[in-house]
Design a protein around this ligand. Structure first.
Ligand code: FEO
Ligand code: CA
Ligand code: CA
Ligand code: CA
Length: 600
């Protein structure tokens, strides 16, 4: 099932050595450049960035903070649109003398609200190379900012539910803003899906909600004993809705997949409730054999789950009015993974079982379809709003932090990054999460039965168990471990057209900078991991995205210089502007200097 097929695209670049440089370092033969930085003008009338005189009004028109998911929509050969998520803010790096949200000027909190969300920016090719630049002149009619305050339509089966109604929106159909947008995806009808991930951190007053609500807040990581959790940004000082004691339902309006039309800057984004509510890492769409839309989604938490939505209706190319409602009607499933080796052979060390692989079979358990719940004791609306609770009851398999998921365009299999889980123990290790104190994570491969994204059953395997290849608890698909790059904490993933998996890391537990890696999944090179680039000191690698023409790879360099104790008066990074400048989260592009395809 796995590793079969003809190896179409060799990766030939020489790996970049692990390092701790304050630089974006790319493989020999490649060049890189910054495309767009925190604070760069997005709307044509935005002011130039001024670190020491930033305002919320400026930030709402400029590129936001901590870029994450990146996707690209060509506008012909020489122009295109980038959508970029702005996951969260590092106030201690954004403001001099920042102490705590409890006491800072309200303007700083407003800047934080405006620095979240996402951006649409128009970019153009530089000459005939794989380099792309921000368009800085002219109308830029698609350019747009979405923030933590943008009106967003709530759609799907939970829209209007009493669980989603608030004082400001008694009908439960209009939310304000999107938060902690991590990974994402695109649809066949050329819209963006962006996942609301760790939205639980933005609220206060969890101790003051009705008793019946408290177990649900706890299940989603919100304190019900503390009024103001330590480190809270105190958005409630600007907007009372972030105080759960006063507005207990406001939090239920976050935790969704949000759809954005990058081609219509006036169109309201849409929160798609049929896709469930959890810490959405991303949302990857593909078509089933009969033409319906499947969406694969990870819930990034320790011992959380992997989900799949399948639409009721088929995608009809060109029939936008029909396609745009497809994500409102369908069935949400959660994954159960069963190993094929005896449990006694999974000892928590990462040692392979006697059959030579961490692998087995699995099934997608339906949770809810429209107004019909498949979970005892929960209504359909409750399953959609409290999806984690429903998945607990369904007996889903608790995974090691499911992050980004992508479908391989060559073999059709599904690949998920499981970033790490240091709370896993030998006692609760299983074949799909085989290591105790899993610091380095692993990659999961799912082959749906009949290679149909609509299937209810699948086979699965772990092609990579990450870490230092000298560590016996690692596995590189059986490839010679003396020849691979060390890799730790896989987070975001993408594919090139040849079916090689590209893996961005977050939190390299081997002590060096994060980076971007590539690995073939077929043929004799399966498992040959090579590091393609490293990001600057203190940053994680997000995006990544290979352009449709295969000539450019975009990466989002998130939180350069984010280390304990760093401040604007003592920055840990000066990337990308150098000298004594402040670090700025930015999207960069790399390309081959001789115009060859990425990976050459
Ligand atoms: Fe925002 Fe799970 O990374
Ligand atoms: Ca096995
Ligand atoms: Ca991520
Ligand atoms: Ca991350």
């Amino acid at each position: 099932t796995f590793g079969g097929g003809h190896e179409r695209g060799g990766l030939r670049f020489t790996p970049v050595a692990p390092n701790s440089a304050d630089a974006l370092t790319v493989a020999d033969g490649y060049a890189s450049a910054v495309v767009v930085r925190w604070g760069d003008p997005v709307l044509p009338d935005a002011p130039a960035f001024d670190f020491d005189n930033q305002t919320a009004a400026a930030q709402a028109r400029q590129f936001g903070y901590n870029c994450d998911f990146v996707t690209f929509f060509p506008l012909g050969r020489e122009r295109g649109l980038l959508w970029v998520n702005h996951e969260y803010t590092d106030e201690n790096l954004m403001f001099r003398g920042w102490t705590s949200g409890d006491t800072v000027p309200l303007e700083q909190i407003k800047i934080g609200l405006a620095a979240h969300g996402g951006s649409v920016v128009e970019i153009e090719r530089e000459g005939r190379t794989g380099q792309w630049k921000l368009v800085t002149r002219g109308r830029r009619r698609y350019n747009r900012r979405v923030t933590a305050q943008t009106p967003i339509r709530i759609s799907g089966p939970a829209a209007g539910s009493p669980l989603l109604r608030t004082a400001a929106d008694p009908r439960g159909v209009t939310a304000y803003g999107t938060l902690n947008n991590c990974a994402g995806g695109t649809t066949p009808w050329r819209t963006v899906l962006t996942g609301e991930e760790n939205w639980n951190q933005y609220f206060v007053g969890g101790n003051g909600v009705p008793e019946a609500q408290k177990p649900y807040l706890t299940r989603y990581g919100v304190s019900t004993t503390v009024a103001i959790p330590a480190g809270n940004r105190r958005f409630d000082r600007v907007e009372e809705r972030f105080d759960l004691a006063k507005h207990p339902n406001e939090i239920n309006r976050f935790g969704w997949v949000v759809e954005v039309d990058p081609f219509d800057p006036d169109a309201r984004p849409v929160k798609r409730t049929a896709l469930g509510r959890f810490a959405h890492e991303g949302a990857t769409t593909t078509l089933t054999r009969d033409g319906r839309v499947a969406v694969y989604m990870g819930d990034d938490g320790r011992f959380e789950y992997i989900y799949k939505f399948v639409s009721d209706d088929r995608y009809i190319p060109g029939f936008d009015r029909h396609n745009r409602d497809l994500l409102d009607e369908g069935t949400l499933h959660v994954a159960v993974f069963t190993g094929d080796s005896p449990a006694a052979e999974i000892d928590g060390t990462g040692k392979l079982p006697a059959d030579g692989g961490f692998d087995g079979t699995g099934k997608w358990v339906p949770l809810v379809s429209g107004k019909k719940s498949f979970v005892d004791g929960m209504t359909a609306e409750e399953v959609l709003v409290y999806t984690r609770v429903a998945a607990d009851k369904a007996g889903a398999t608790k995974m090691d932090r499911p992050e980004d998921i992508e479908r391989n365009p060559v073999n059709g299999a599904i690949y998920a990054a499981l970033t790490n889980n240091t709370n896993r123990t030998a006692a609760n290790a299983d074949e799909a999460n085989p290591r105790a104190s899993n610091r380095h994570g692993h990659i999961l491969e799912i082959a749906e039965d009949r290679n149909d994204a609509g299937a209810r059953t699948f086979r699965w395997a772990l092609p990579l168990v990450c870490g230092d290849p000298n560590d016996p608890g690692t596995y590189f698909a059986g490839y010679d471990k003396t020849k691979v790059s060390p890799i730790s904490c896989p987070d975001n993933v993408t594919f090139d057209a040849e079916g090689n998996l590209w893996i961005a890391t977050d939190g390299n537990a081997l002590g060096k900078n994060d980076g971007l890696f590539a690995v073939p999944l077929a043929g004799p090179e399966r498992g040959h991991v090579r590091q393609f680039l490293t990001v600057p000191y203190g940053a994680e690698t997000c995006g990544p995205l290979i352009s449709p023409d295969q000539l450019s790879v975009f990466v989002a360099v998130q939180h350069p210089g984010e280390i304990t104790g760093a401040t604007p008066d003592n920055p840990a990074s000066h990337w990308p502007d150098g000298g004594t400048t402040q670090p700025r989260p930015s999207v960069a592009v790399a390309w081959h200097k001789q115009g060859k395809k990425i990976g050459s």
